[in-house]
Design a protein around this ligand. Sequence first.
Ligand SMILES: NC(=O)c1ccc[n+]([C@@H]2O[C@H](COP(=O)([O-])OP(=O)(O)OC[C@H]3O[C@@H](n4cnc5c(N)ncnc54)[C@H](OP(=O)(O)O)[C@@H]3O)[C@@H](O)[C@H]2O)c1
Length: 300
Amino acid sequence: MHILLTGGTGLIGRALCRQWGQQGHQLTVWSRTPEKVASLCGEQVRGVGVLDEVGMQSVDAVINLAGAPIADRPWTRKRKQLLWASRITLTEQLLAWLQQRQQRPRVLISGSAIGWYGDGGERELDEGSGQITDDFGAQLCGAWEETAQRAEALGIRVVLIRTGLVLSTEGGFLTRLLPPFRFGLGGRVGDGRQWMSWIHIADQIALIDYLLQQEQASGPYNACAPQPVRNAEFASALGRVLHRPTLLPAPAFILRLAFGEMAGLLLGGQRAQPARLLEAGFRFRFTDLDAALADLLGRH
Ligand SMILES: NC(=O)c1ccc[n+]([C@@H]2O[C@H](COP(=O)([O-])OP(=O)(O)OC[C@H]3O[C@@H](n4cnc5c(N)ncnc54)[C@H](OP(=O)(O)O)[C@@H]3O)[C@@H](O)[C@H]2O)c1
């Protein structure tokens, strides 16, 4: 299969390239730095700086994951514009390119996040749930999904991946938590009751591959393990695996002062269920947080 990726140089994209490269698929990554693609994604992966470089060659599937990091810095007006443009404008460009092509892929798998639901509080959220709050993260995911969904009118199957917190030691949320937790400076955030829907990177890759192959799969899928935990439980689990105390809470008012509106990402949460993946027959390798963390951090 010839698979075109956006965001292929990112945490999830690199892992997908590794897996699909080993399986012999032909891979092209649309990147702002195409010259770095081979070193980041694998020697056999081609980087293109503009989509027209793909040329007449047929493309079987498109995986759309590009987007500026959401939790890297406070959401100023300028930052929000970048978060928006790097997902929605980029997806619009992808669609315009797909539209003018004679040969079109059979499937578009496009990114989103469980932040689509907003702050869900205590509610269990599956793909049948509506948006609970209308914060910036929810608006961003909503617009990203709506834009990608338009590919359906071009005869393309569209799958939307509402990703939870991806656990990996190669980047993302866990790698940021590790330094303070390793020094025994970790702890819950706010009152620690907010829900965290997490997923092991191996399951994230496996489910994207699964949905690529399931010809019937379309629409939104929550990409998170079936056992979300409260923030305080997450902190305790990480402390247990690292053999470190987790007694230092990060008070909510300090986070609000430091991060402004973005603090909502840490102080709110989602108790999401991967209902549609389970219905589709997908089997998670990691359903227990301690086992997932032990696997990643090498303590069994
Ligand atoms: N990891 C998670 O826990 C998580 C959770 C929920 C949702 N997601 C979403 O899933 C997608 C993939 O996640 P990830 O963790 O693999 O992301 P990532 O490591 O941050 O990589 C995203 C990719 O997006 C591209 N990008 C970054 N800034 C950009 C900009 N300003 N304009 C255009 N492209 C830009 C980059 O590709 P180039 O440098 O090659 O252009 C980068 O490799 C992201 O959109 C993310 O928001 C991730």
